[in-house]
Design a protein around this ligand. Structure first.
Ligand code: F6P
Length: 325
């Protein structure tokens, strides 16, 4: 068993609802196991700049229901350099931090993987991103809340679409991943879903819009921001060109998808993996992301968690085709 006394905790990359619940779980479980916790503000950037402070069980009172991250977050260019990582390591040593819990996504674990190889610093990660694009967990913290925010918004857009017989192209987040679009498209009854993992074919989209129910004039298309045809405005332009008689509108949901109170599912996921992270560090785990697969805690090496080969289940796309007739 590794003798760890002081765990540093930080959030990095895009914020996600449920990050606070994860911070709370780490702080409370560390306290339960008689360990000290040092909060690090603004991710790797704050680590380099020495933004450290002591946390105890009271520092995380009344945050389980709050969106965002009380530790703040940032994307750090400096940490991508060996000099930046050396400064970060020196700060950790100065503040007697002897293990780390990193909460974030792909970029966070890319940094953690390199840092864990260069320095003798046990580090484990918690999957915190609305994108759900990590391998080694069925769901990431924030995804459930984000997809529920999207369907609330699309339900409202549908009221206008129906009332005015309009076609709406709705853009959701997901620069590299279509997983938000995929689930929300099914759940909101979209006519079509366009995602980065498949090539966008505007002709095919237009054919589908034309041949889907003729008696139904309002239609919803869900577009992930990273699809390859130029985004919602460009798709909207091409749809208008082919169907000038359609009343076509674009709606970009944007950062409302990242905010808000975390759902029950996200709070429970964050609480479970947060406690598991502290237990994993006590048990000598390092360089792993802690997730949940089939309802069991799982440990995935960083280099595997960040591999971009999440397969899109083709049945999901087929579902949209069947259900939108
Ligand atoms: O990774 C989460 C995410 O919300 C992506 O879906 C999106 O592309 C990106 O962050 C947006 O980042 P920013 O807030 O820096 O514009």
């Amino acid at each position: 068993m590794t003798q760890i006394k002081n765990i540093g905790i930080f959030t990095s990359g895009g914020d996600a609802p449920g990050m606070n619940a994860a911070i709370r779980a780490v702080v409370r479980s560390a306290t339960y196991y008689d360990l000290e916790v040092t909060g690090i503000r603004r991710g790797y950037e704050g680590m380099i700049n020495g933004e450290f402070f002591a946390m105890d069980r009271k520092s995380v009172s009344n945050i389980i229901q709050r969106g965002g991250t009380i530790l703040k977050t940032a994307r750090s260019e400096q940490f991508k350099t060996p000099e930046g990582r050396k400064l970060a390591y020196d700060q950790l040593k100065t503040h007697n931090v002897d293990a780390l819990v990193a909460i974030g996504g792909d970029g966070t674990f890319t940094g953690a993987r390199i840092f864990g190889q260069e320095y003798d610093m046990p580090i484990v990660g918690l999957p915190g991103t609305i994108d759900n694009d990590l391998i080694g967990t069925d769901f990431t913290i924030g995804y459930d809340t984000a997809i529920n925010t999207v369907i609330d918004a699309v339900d409202k857009i549908r009221d206008t679409a129906e009332s005015h017989d309009r076609v709406f192209i709705v853009e959701v987040m997901g620069r590299d991943s279509g997983l938000i679009a995929l689930r929300t498209g099914i759940a909101s009854g979209a006519e079509a879903i366009l995602i980065p993992e498949t090539k966008t074919d505007i002709n095919n989209l237009c054919d589908r819009l034309e041949h889907s129910r003729k008696d139904k004039l309002s239609k919803i298309v869900i577009v992930a921001e990273g699809e390859d045809a130029g985004g919602a405005f460009e798709i909207g332009r091409q749809v208008k060109e082919r169907f000038p008689h359609y009343d076509t509108r674009i709606s970009i949901l944007g950062h409302i998808q990242r905010g808000g109170r975390p759902s029950c599912m996200d709070r429970v996921l964050a609480s479970r993996v947060g406690v598991a992270a502290v237990e994993a560090l006590r048990d000598g785990h390092r360089n792993e992301m802690i997730g949940i697969i089939h309802n069991e805690i799982s440990y995935t090496p960083f280099e595997h968690a960040i591999k971009h080969h999440i397969e899109i289940n083709p049945n999901f796309l087929k579902l949209v085709e069947i259900l939108s007739i």
